[in-house]
Structures are given as C-alpha cells and as structure tokens.
Design a protein. Sequence first.
Length: 162
Amino acid sequence: MRAPHLATFLACSTIVAGCDGGIRRGDAGSSEDRDASTAPDPCVAQASNAIRTVGCNGGFATPAPNEVGGACERPDPVMPRGTCGPRAVCVVPRAGENMCMTGCAVADDYVSTGGCPRGHRCFRVRTADDEVLGICYLDCDAEHPCPEGWVCDPDGGCDAPG
C-alpha cells in the first residue's frame, strides 16, 4: 500500500488545493483480474497481479533531474512545486532524495500506463474523501532500486516509507 502522506501531498499539490486526509490504494477498481499480456495497454492489471506489470511502460528509467521521477529541489513559498517541470511536484520523503511526481489519467484498473512517462505506471488511488486519482510511480525491482530514501513497495513502485 502506498504511503498515504505521499499520495495526499501529491494529490493536494497538483490537483486539489487545500485538501486533507489520506489516500487508500487498491480499493477503487473492479475485483476482476485481467491478464496484462492480452490487454491493449501492457500495464493494465488489478491489485492482485500489479507486480507482474513492472517494467511494462518502456522498461526502467533513470529520469533526469527535475523530470518526473528525477531528483528535485524542495518546494518553498516561491516555488510551491519545487524545481520540477510542468505538471509535476517535488515530493520530499522523511529522509533521502526528493523526487518529481505527477498525476495521470485514471483508468478503471488498479494500474495502467495512464500517460505516465517511460518507466512509470499509473496507480489508481482513492482519497479519504472518496475522490479517485491517478498517480505515476517510478518502477523498481531488485536490479533497479529506488532513489535514496524511497522504498520499492510490493507492487514494484517507488514509494515514500510509511
């Protein structure tokens, strides 16, 4: 499960000003599993098989600084999104490297490409207010670790530690 504070920060920063509350992942899609290999979108999966789609969106990526998935400088009152490019926000873990993250096109599935950049997958999340959002998470596995301060969660996405 994604760290609620990370998803809340990203959602509030990029989509809704002044929101409050956590985000739960994995409860917004249908309970029916799909085989990602037969879907038009190679990343389509439900929660029970999301790990199988790691690397589906063009493999793994090492994004440049200030691009989605890349390192960034911390947000401040003058630069509320930090140094990230358009449509992205600099997310600050408790310790470690800051990372640019962005929202994505929400599908009916738990995970999809959703318009995320190469090496990312779009995860369907639900806020505490029952709003459904999509957030791009950088793919990871044993050979492709997350940036310092981030963890590779059970779905194969870089997330801030809970």
